[in-house]
Write a protein that binds this ligand. Structure first.
Ligand code: NAP
Length: 166
């Protein structure tokens, strides 16, 4: 049995509205046959999440989200309230790594790196966030893991929150 299968919808990094009932029903049937344990959806609108939930339970949603790209703020909160995992892809900006003076300033104050702070911000953003940062470098991997242990104080959080608002 496969633990979790996501239905990947949408364009490269943006959802395309429209019904996902047909393909999600196929996955739900495979789940009923015992081939898949949990179902998820990726690059979806909140309406598509709701439509999927009317067909079968959704365990996780994987969408484009990071400290500077906050389109899904409301969706993150609504999924948290339902106990559903939110998996932000491009958590470090993906092909355009995050660049922000505020991130650099907060990181310098905390003695951390900007990427570790960006990951710590995601983990503190909501308890349902599961992180999947990508790297091809052992040095970066260590740095990113260090982000998990970093506790951001309130003043740093306020400064970091402003990045997504600009
Ligand atoms: N569902 C979907 O449609 C979808 C779409 C995109 C991605 N994803 C998934 O999301 C996950 C993350 O995506 P991603 O890897 O493309 O994006 P990402 O984690 O936002 O960024 C990876 C980029 O950041 C750099 N990086 C990582 N750690 C760094 C550090 N400490 N300092 C400086 N640069 C650092 C990496 O370069 P180095 O290699 O040099 O460290 C790489 O260029 C992957 O598992 C991917 O499969 C899913």
């Amino acid at each position: 049995m496969i633990d979790v299968v996501n239905l990947r919808v949408g364009d490269f990094d943006t959802p395309s509205p429209g019904s996902i009932a047909e393909p999600f029903t196929v996955l739900a049937e495979l789940q009923q046959q015992g081939l898949i344990r949990h179902l998820g959806v990726s690059t979806v609108t909140s309406e598509q999440v709701a439509e999927a939930q009317s067909i079968a339970p959704v365990a996780c949603v994987q969408n484009f989200y990071n400290i500077a790209h906050r389109v899904d703020d409301e969706l993150v909160d609504s999924l948290a309230a339902q106990g559903i995992a939110y998996v932000p892809y491009f958590p470090l900006g993906g092909f355009s790594p995050l660049q922000s003076d505020a991130l650099i300033a907060v990181a310098a104050r905390l003695g951390a790196t900007p990427m570790a702070v960006a990951l710590a911000w995601l983990l503190q953003r909501s308890p349902n966030i599961l992180l999947i940062p990508g790297t091809s470098s052992i040095v970066h991997l260590r740095e990113n893991i260090a982000g998990a242990a970093l506790e951001l104080p309130e003043d740093a959080l306020a400064e970091l929150d402003a990045i997504g608002a600009s």
